[in-house]
Design a protein around this ligand. Structure first.
Ligand code: APR
Length: 174
């Protein structure tokens, strides 16, 4: 599949990942939270929240950008993933939309590299085995549309999630 060769997976803390844009798994208020949202605001400093306050929130499946404060990135792309409700509430399409919109926004911002966490697979309860292929496939499709983005890295926070994403990526590569 086009674009999939520009995707990689890695184990680590996304707040320490030097990409042009890192993607935050936010909530619709954009006013911070726990998990990776909390980590990004803690590491990036108050300037990120100050910008978020002016954005007026974000719909599930959409994405909005701010600066990155003290993070080793230029932009933070805040996207709001779906809360897992069993799979019949359009969660898969909403998760796909998060990745589509985040890649679109990264391209608009002139990013060459972008890093994603495993959106919705923490507090929001989306099973990582289902999330990984959706996240990887829609990101690959986005990279195929936006050639200027050279690389998308999925930064996983546990060995378990890394293995799931590595397996899903191998499957996508065929
Ligand atoms: N770097 C990379 N990944 C991380 C980090 C980090 N520093 N911290 C957590 N993660 C991983 C989690 O292990 C999980 O796999 O990010 C993934 C997403 O988990 P959450 O951060 O809980 O995000 P999500 O499931 O999308 O829930 C969003 O949680 O923090 C609140 O404000 C946020 O309300 C929103 C909700």
């Amino acid at each position: 599949m086009q674009g999939v060769h520009r995707i990689e997976v890695a184990l680590g803390d996304i707040t320490r990942h030097a990409a042009d844009a890192i993607v935050n798994a936010a909530n619709s208020s954009l006013l911070g939270g726990g998990g990776v949202d909390g980590a990004i605001h803690r590491a990036g400093g108050p300037s990120i929240l100050e910008e978020c306050r002016r954005l007026g929130g974000c719909a599930t499946g959409d994405a909005k950008a701010t600066g990155a404060g003290d993070l080793p990135a230029r932009h933070v792309i805040h996207t709001v993933g779906p809360v897992w409700q069993g799979g019949d509430a359009g969660e898969e399409e909403l998760l796909a939309s998060c990745h589509r919109r985040s890649v679109e926004l990264a391209a608009e911002l002139g990013c060459r590299t972008v890093a994603f966490p495993a959106i919705s697979t923490g507090v929001y309860g989306f099973p990582v085995e289902l999330a990984a292929p959706i996240a990887l496939r829609t990101t690959a499709e986005g990279l195929a549309r936006h050639e200027a983005i050279e690389r998308a890295t999925f930064v996983l926070f546990s060995e378990g999630h890394l293995r799931v994403f590595e397996h899903a990526l191998a499957g996508l590569r065929g």
